[in-house]
Design a protein around this ligand. Structure first.
Ligand code: NDP
Ligand code: HSE
Length: 445
């Protein structure tokens, strides 16, 4: 039993959406947290950018606030960084570690850009670096992968890790509306930020995919290694096409063990929209919720579901880390650091095995299906299903003289992404093909 009751000093960097909730819970639940840790946890200061901002609604002691973040990090045992972005967050974290503080952060952008530097500094200082909140908000997913599954072999992690894009795609599916107007609605409801670029272009999900892949495959993966497509090109007709196939469109982060054509073992890490069957558990993830599927050799399939953003849900994950790190402070020892021994190559997107759903507007005349099928065969892509819909012309006659065209919908079997992309290029160049109206990857079946 530890008889030392010296408070563990916590410094908070940032007091916005996440920091405000963390500060309130640290102070409001102080007695409970002390009982769980074995020593009191004392919030010694909160660094912010704007000193004069009215924060009275948080009910915190005004004396806690400072704009001297550099000074604050030198007088803490644990530094919680919830400023976000690369700088000054990185410099403050490194300075905190140099002064012997463990660090808890929610900063996926920094971890995915420069995680190894932070881990090396934590090792050099003998302190902890915890970041459960960086991926999927409240959902405990990083420690399950890093620790609970440490004795198993993770093969695949596939998830919906961005709430904003899930809200937008879900609303497009429900209302039939287009991308632009749905983003505006999401902004009005407070789900999308005024500048939604990081979310809708997939940068946020790519940073999270890099973190998930690093932990799952014991390999350094940075944001730059992640193949990324956002949802800005997803149209109402893509969503309709998915619906007709019994599918829904989701922005997926996919991390998997794989090998290329030459048999080189590696990993594929990618973020892109994909159709998934409505019967797939990830299809049931609605609104701004997140979910992550993990497939491991011995454990089989595991699914984690919950709120991926917001002050209170994210604070839950941050405080779980604070308690874990504080317990190490009391008992001695550290949590696991970076484990990157596997050092697997991140294979290019072209060698990822995927399936495509392709809609084509084609001339409705003899031999067209044969030339289309030939384009697939030339790229060694096998067709799983093909469906033709007669296009009703303006004169109201199916396949009438005026236009004589049809909609062909092809779903492929699994093939290297490069072969599928080359097939689409070849199709677009065929005289019989008027337009490639929709191309989307298919996952989960
Ligand atoms: P906010 O923008 O709401 O808050 C940022 C805070 O950092 C503000 O209090 C701001 O001060 C402060 N700050 C900014 N620059 C400085 C500086 N140079 N020195 C000191 N303080 C500074 O961000 P969030 O709370 O939304 O996000 C914080 C982190 O959590 C990010 O890394 C984000 O990716 C991550 N995260 C966020 C989630 C969410 O739902 N919001 C979910 C999961 C992770 P001031 O108040 O004076 O402007
Ligand atoms: N912008 C992110 C999202 C916040 O929409 O999921 C959580 O990281």
């Amino acid at each position: 039993m530890d008889s030392d009751k010296t408070p563990i000093r916590v410094a908070l960097l940032g007091c916005g959406t996440v920091g405000g909730a963390v500060a309130q819970k640290l102070t409001g639940n102080a007695a409970e947290l002390a009982a769980r840790v074995g020593r009191p946890i004392e919030l010694v200061g909160i660094a912010v950018r704007r000193a004069g901002r009215d924060r009275s609604e948080l009910g915190l002691d005004p004396a806690l606030f400072t704009t001297d973040a550099e000074g604050l990090v030198t007088r803490a045992d644990i530094v919680v960084e919830v400023i976000g972005g690369i700088d000054p967050a990185r410099g403050l974290i490194l300075r905190a570690m140099e002064h012997g503080a463990s660090v808890v952060t929610a900063n996926k952008a920094l971890l995915a850009e420069d995680g190894p530097t932070l881990y090396a500094a934590a090792d050099a200082a003998g302190v902890d670096l915890y970041y459960e909140a960086a991926v999927a908000g409240a959902i405990p997913i990083l420690r399950p992968i890093h620790e609970s599954l440490a004795g198993d072999d993770v093969r695949r992690v596939i998830g919906i890790v961005n709430g904003t894009t899930n809200f937008v795609l879900d609303a497009m599916d429900t209302t039939g509306a287009g991308f632009g107007e749905t983003v505006e609605r999401a902004q009005a409801l407070g789900y999308a930020e005024a500048d939604p670029t990081a979310d809708v272009e997939g940068f946020d999900a790519a940073a999270k995919a890099a973190i998930l892949a690093s932990l799952a495959f014991h390999t350094r993966v940075s944001s730059a290694d992640v193949y990324r497509e956002g949802i800005t090109d997803v149209t109402a007709s893509d969503i309709r096409a998915a619906r007709e196939m019994g599918c829904v469109v989701k922005l997926l982060a996919i991390c998997e063990r794989t090998s290329d054509d030459g048999g080189t073992e590696g990993i594929s890490v990618r973020v892109h929209p994909a159709m998934i069957p409505r019967t797939h558990p990830l299809a049931a993830v609605r609104e701004a919720y997140n979910a992550v599927f993990v497939g491991a050799d011995a454990a089989g399939e595991l699914m984690f579901y919950g709120q991926g953003a917001g002050g209170d849900p994210t604070a839950s994950a941050v405080l779980g880390d604070v308690v874990a790190v504080a317990r190490h402070h009391v008992s001695g020892g550290r949590g696991p650091g970076e484990i990157a021994y596997a050092d697997l190559p991140v294979l290019p997107m072209g060698s990822a095995l995927t399936r495509y759903h392709i809609s084509l507007d084609v001339a409705d005349r003899p031999g067209v299906l044969a030339v289309v099928a030939q384009a697939f065969a030339e790229h060694d892509v096998s067709i799983e299903t093909v469906r033709q819909q007669v296009v009703v012309d303006e004169d109201g006659e199916p396949g009438g003289e005026a236009t004589s065209h049809a909609q062909l919908i092809v779903v492929t079997h699994m093939a290297p992404d490069a072969a599928l992309a080359a097939t689409v290029d070849a199709l677009a160049a065929l005289p019989a093909v008027g337009d490639v109206t929709s191309v989307m990857r298919v996952e989960g079946s």
